[in-house]
Every structure is written in structure tokens, then in C-alpha cells.
Design a binder for this molecule. Structure first.
Ligand code: NDP
Length: 344
């Protein structure tokens, strides 16, 4: 007799039918990678009928730990998981990849300035950009998760010049999800009743969670935004500082929620956003909403499964403009830093 309730769908109940996806995950043995991989193998990133081949890239010192991750993945018996390869060679890791999830990066440590983090990590993304260019499938879609995500994605794009810029993105979905939750809590509705929220700018403390176009339990988000005291003193800081709040309470950075956000980013990109709703992603800018060309900037986007489309025609009020411009200045400053390092 089954001990499962009849309406419970187990992660091993998928019935594969679609073309297999080859997915490269860098930093596979790290905290986010470890949490993410089981979701990918369960069919939660590309859909429950899509088999996956995993290509796990790690630095040599983490290879043993990666072998342990592979053993655990094997022990789940995922029906969608066709093949796993582990390597510390980026070109081999990206061979034939249809999707790249780039998590591998040095973590920020106490006292580290943004320039130090950029210096430590941006060069990794130059190497990975070249490897993707050389080895990945032409239609590969890449999400950068390792911080600082926007600058790293910019560097990657520069080193993969033949890859269409629309195929390179940076994750801002955790900021988006955090903002959805905070707004739902303020309105006293479930998160399922919040739609059309947007994160603009850099994945840093300057990102701007824009609720002016949101729909919240049937009401306009602009009604909540009109309470500027709450908006600027509570809501925006609560989203911007949530990462440090979690470190303070949990003693470690966000991993479960970061992995979940990464999965959601890829799922929506490949399988489509909810009808009538949009989400946020760091995408290549080409002059939308006064954002200068050639930045990887978070914007409101939709997907029909074939790619991201920036939501057009939104009216940006003066307060939003001020916040967006501050975050754009932050992105421009990072672009100058990576230029000064000779990485772009
Ligand atoms: P995590 O898996 O916890 O984090 C990985 C990266 O994701 C970090 O840069 C982290 O930034 C970033 N991140 C966290 N949350 C978010 C978010 N919401 N949005 C965007 N980015 C986010 O780190 P671990 O140290 O556990 O794992 C890193 C792995 O990478 C290790 O296994 C290591 O071996 C590998 N590595 C690979 C390198 C290479 O390829 N050359 C170099 C160094 C490490 P933050 O630190 O700011 O939280």
C-alpha cells in the first residue's frame, strides 16, 4: 500500500519524452550548486519531460567533494538524469552545453571591497566566456550567479563575442522574489496574488524593487508606493538588506533561496513566464528606459520559452527614475572597473 497521498507527485515520477538538455553547472560542489543540482535532475528547471545531462565544473581542490555530490545524485535514481560528467577543464565542461549555470566564484569575505571581489572573480568569467564560445551549443543560454553577477556577465559576453548577447543573463530573481514576499506581507495576501513587480539595475544594494506597476490582491501597487515613508524606509531597505539579515541570523549566506531563484530564472526562460505576469532578469541593455547600451541590467521581462523580452511602455515616475539612475551609475562604475582591469 502506498504511503503517499494520491495527489502527491514525487520528484521521481517524471516521464521523459523531450530532447535531452546538456546543462553545465560551475561551482557544482558549492553551497548553491549542491542545492540546485537535485532540482535540475528532478526536472524542475527545464520541465518534467526533459531529460538532462549534467556537466559539473569545479576547481581541482573541490573535485573530491564533487564526486560525493555525483554519488548522491545517483542515489536519488532520477529518471530524467541521463549522464553526469565532472571536470576541472572549462572547455570540456561546456562541450555541447544547451544551458550554463555559472555559480563558481570566490565568496565575498569580511573587509573585501567591491574592486577586490571584481578582481578575484571577473577573470573566471573571461575564461568561461572563451570556453562557452569554443565548445557550447550555438543556442546555449547562460545565467551568471557568481557575484558580482552583472559585471561578471559583461566580462563573459566580451569573451564570447560570437554568442548573441540575448543568450547571456545575470540572476536578479532572488531580489525579485524577496520583494514579492515583502509586498505580499504588507498587503496581507499570498504571494500568488502579487504580479508585475520589477527589479531594476545592479544586483547590489542599489537595486530598485519597483512596485508602481504591480497588482497586489486586485489593487494597484502604486497605492502602496504612494506611502513613500514605508516604501523608502521599510520596503526598499528590507529587500536590499535581506542577504545580510540572513547571514546575521543563519550564520551563512542565502543558499536555498539563491538556488531556488536560479532555478526559477531558467525555468521561466525555457518554459515561459506566467500569462499576464512578468519577472525580472539581468539582460543586455540596448537603450531601454534610458539605460545606456551594453550593460547587463535587471529589467522586467517576459518569456514565451524562446527568450526574454523586456516589458515595454512602462511609465517611470520621478522617484523610480531616481532609484534606477542610481543603480545605473553603479553598473557604469563596475563597467569602468573591469575596463581598467583590461577584462573588457
Ligand atoms: P555559494 O555557492 O554560496 O555562492 C556562489 C556564488 O553565488 C557567490 O559568488 C555568491 O556571492 C553568489 N550568490 C549568492 N547569492 C546570490 C544571489 N542572490 N544572486 C547572485 N549571486 C549570488 O559559494 P561556495 O563558496 O559555497 O561555492 C562556490 C564554488 O565555486 C565552490 O565549490 C568553489 O570550489 C567554486 N569556485 C570556482 C572557481 C573557478 O571556477 N575558478 C573559483 C572559486 C571557487 P556572495 O559571495 O556575494 O554571496
Amino acid at each position: 500500500m502506498s504511503i503517499l497521498a494520491p495527489d502527491v507527485v514525487r520528484e521521481t515520477d517524471a516521464f521523459p519524452s523531450a530532447r535531452p538538455m546538456t546543462v553545465t553547472v560551475t561551482g557544482a560542489a558549492g553551497q548553491i550548486g549542491y542545492t540546485l543540482l537535485f532540482r535540475v535532475a528532478a526536472g524542475l528547471m527545464f520541465g518534467a519531460d526533459t531529460p538532462v545531462n549534467l556537466r559539473l565544473l569545479e576547481i581541482p581542490s573541490a573535485m573530491r567533494a564533487t564526486e560525493g555530490v555525483v554519488m548522491e545524485l545517483e542515489d536519488c535514481g532520477f529518471p530524467l538524469l541521463r549522464d553526469i560528467d565532472i571536470t576541472s577543464d572549462p572547455v570540456r565542461a561546456f562541450e555541447g552545453a544547451n544551458a550554463g549555470v555559472l555559480i563558481g566564484a570566490k565568496p565575498r569575505t569580511v573587509g573585501m571591497e567591491r574592486a577586490d571581489l571584481l578582481a578575484a572573480n571577473a577573470s573566471i568569467f573571461a575564461v568561461h566566456g572563451r570556453a562557452i564560445s569554443e565548445a557550447a551549443a550555438d543556442d546555449v543560454r547562460v545565467v551568471v550567479v557568481g557575484n558580482p553577477v552583472n559585471a561578471n556577465a559583461l566580462v563573459l559576453a566580451h569573451h564570447a563575442p560570437d554568442l548573441p548577447k540575448q543568450q547571456i543573463t545575470a540572476v536578479s530573481r532572488l531580489d525579485h522574489n524577496r520583494a514579492v514576499f515583502q509586498l505580499a506581507r504588507r498587503a496581507g495576501v499570498p504571494t500568488s496574488e502579487v504580479s508585475r513587480l520589477a527589479i531594476w539595475g545592479n544586483h547590489s544594494s542599489t537595486m530598485y524593487p519597483d512596485i508602481t506597476h504591480a497588482v497586489v490582491g486586485g489593487r494597484s501597487g502604486a497605492e502602496y508606493a504612494a506611502d513613500t515613508m514605508w516604501l523608502e524606509m521599510e520596503f526598499i531597505p528590507s529587500v536590499a538588506n535581506r542577504g545580510s539579515a540572513i547571514i546575521e541570523v543563519r550564520g551563512q549566506s542565502s543558499q536555498g533561496s539563491a538556488a531556488f531563484a536560479t532555478k526559477e530564472h531558467m525555468y521561466d526562460w525555457f518554459c515561459g513566464t506566467r500569462p499576464g505576469d512578468w519577472t525580472s532578469a539581468g539582460v543586455w541593455s540596448s537603450g531601454e528606459y534610458g539605460i545606456p547600451d551594453g550593460l547587463v541590467c535587471s529589467m522586467p521581462v517576459t518569456s514565451d520559452g524562446s527568450g526574454w523580452t523586456v516589458v515595454e511602455g512602462l511609465n517611470i515616475d520621478p522617484l523610480s527614475r531616481r532609484y534606477i539612475d542610481t543603480s545605473i551609475a553603479d553598473l557604469l562604475e563596475e563597467r569602468e572597473m573591469v575596463k581598467a582591469m583590461g577584462l573588457i
